[in-house]
Design a protein around this ligand. Sequence first.
Ligand code: GLY
Length: 414
Amino acid sequence: MRILVIGSGGREHAIVHALSRGGGHELHAAPGNPGMAATCDCHPVRADDIEGLVGLSSRLGADLVVPGPEAPLVAGIADALEAAGTPCFGPSAACAMLEGSKWFAKELMAAAGVPTAPGRLFSTPAGVLEAAGGSWGGWVLKDDGLAAGKGVFLPDGDGEASEALGRLFPGGRGRVVLEKRLHGREVSMMALCSGEEAFVLPPSRDHKRAFDGDRGPNTGGMGAVCPAPGIPEGLSDWALSSVFRPVLEELHRRGTDYRGVLYAGLILAHEGPAVLEFNCRFGDPEAQAVLALLEGDAGAAFLSCARGNPDFSGIGILPGASACVVMASEGYPGAYRSGFRIDGIDSAGDDDTGVTVFHAGTAMSDGSLVTAGGRVLGVTGTGAGLGEALAKTYAAVRTITFRGACWRKDIGAT
Ligand code: GLY
């Protein structure tokens, strides 16, 4: 198959790597990154240029397109590709509303009987203030729309609440979901979906805060492990029967079949597990850890989903565990400098030693690999257990150098 992967981050590099391990497919990426360029042809089309991407897939004669990020999915790339006759492993715009609108997801969960915190939608700050009644510790405020990970606020007093409301209602306008705050450990569950069928991938956990001990500002994710430790037995079966199947059935009942990855952010609350949010794509950096444990022909499984005839017989989950540690630029998620030379990747390991270095924010400059983003690399290792996976991953991290390199030392430990 000729497969086009859309995106340029660590998640997309992990998707390309998973596709390259089975099936002998011809791989392309748009726009891709220097790491992906080792296994696929990269084309200079931006991930939000829907027309350009559909044109590229036609010119290539792509048999399958796999969008990595949410923005082109919410903007309707799957629909545009379907109209052009190209299968897409990614949901239609109607289904991507599960991520594109928190309120759509809330309503759909209510209709499907999926456990989630009760919430209400508001279009004015005054409405939120009245409903919260000043007891901010019990509430979460969420921007209804896509907010690139910056739309969720857990204020702990009037000052923080007022700052959150200012961001959520710029110029007094906005759509905000106010929902009850649940307490517990979080876990990411992802499933390959098509119509009413789902193949649930093993549970993973990302580490969103910038610094050790879960301190500091929220980031796009500083690392992930799979399977996530401390998970109650049977959680995957529960997620299939109580989350994925009911949501897929409800979408099917509404005439919109979901075809792609569905990501459920769960919280293991003392009332029982509940859904915090849905994403319409692989998590980043969860994909780096989870896909490292996927064996078989991922391309064939993705295509079967895209065509609406799911067949997961050619894929499986390897025993053992994996870990991904993100190496970031000093200052991230705030301001940082780029353009620093990266050394040591070649001696960090390879597939034979169970280590892969996924590129996230890198570029080529005068023949050298340099930093070009906040999250620079996602160093990923596998092992018989989480301890071995982490040991291999951190050993690989220590071989890689660039000026200002930062990483968390406690991935998998919290
Ligand atoms: N790691 C969370 C996300 O990808 O949204």
